[in-house]
Design a protein around this ligand. Structure first.
Ligand code: 5GP
Length: 190
């Protein structure tokens, strides 16, 4: 019998290091697939359509909601939507491929409600001050966006206890090692 793949979900505040962690997971496992999300946000400099996100208009996004094309979706920031396209995720899991999503807390908890087997990992920042510093250093967003992301961070952190695992990213290499151990442990379970 073909056993199903496992669904891993990473969440955490903006600037906590999720993208780097996600890339490392994908690059070190050959049976892992990362689901590219759809979003209505404008691309940042250097971002590529269909690689970083499927960048779409709000109209296209709404059309996809109506056609029931999302596994989950959320209004992550005011009037900015993000969603996980459904068909591919299901197809991969059915074919025994592990799937990785990097999505916000609302989306993650929505999935957990209907798909209990999902493994939720929350990446926790060393402190809000440190997070602010990292966001400012990143210089990809303007000040208003950064402020919005910091206030959203506090909201997201309030959901951390509903996750299966919480990893603090004080040190990137240690955080990655801890996440890799969680993945190994979960993949060994039947
Ligand atoms: P960013 O704009 O910095 O790329 O992402 C902003 C937030 O949206 C992050 O917390 C990220 O995890 C979340 N996000 C990205 N894709 C999705 C998605 O498909 N669904 C949901 N619910 N959140 C997402």
């Amino acid at each position: 019998m073909n056993s199903k793949g496992k669904l891993f979900i990473i969440s955490g505040p903006s600037g906590v290091g999720k993208s780097t962690i996600r890339e490392r997971i994908i690059n070190t496992h050959n049976n892992f697939w990362y689901s590219i999300s759809m979003t209505t946000r404008t691309p940042r400099e250097g971002e590529i359509n269909e690689k970083d996100y499927y960048f779409v208009t709000k109209e296209e996004f709404i059309k996809n909601i109506k056609e029931d094309n999302f596994f989950e979706y959320a209004e992550v920031y005011k009037d900015v939507f993000y969603g996980t396209p459904k068909n591919k995720v299901i197809e991969k899991l059915e074919n025994g491929i592990n799937v990785l999503l990097e999505i916000d807390v609302k989306g993650a908890l929505n999935i957990k409600n209907k798909y209990h087997e999902a493994i939720l990992i929350f990446i926790y920042p060393p402190s809000i001050e440190e997070l602010k510093k990292r966001l400012l250093q990143r210089q990809t967003d303007n000040k208003d966006v950064i402020e919005e992301r910091i206030s959203k961070a506090q909201y997201e952190i309030s959901f951390k206890d509903r996750y299966d695992y919480i990893i603090t990213n004080n040190n990137l290499e240690i955080a990655i090692k801890n996440i890799q151990s969680i993945i190994e442990k979960e993949l060994k379970k039947h």
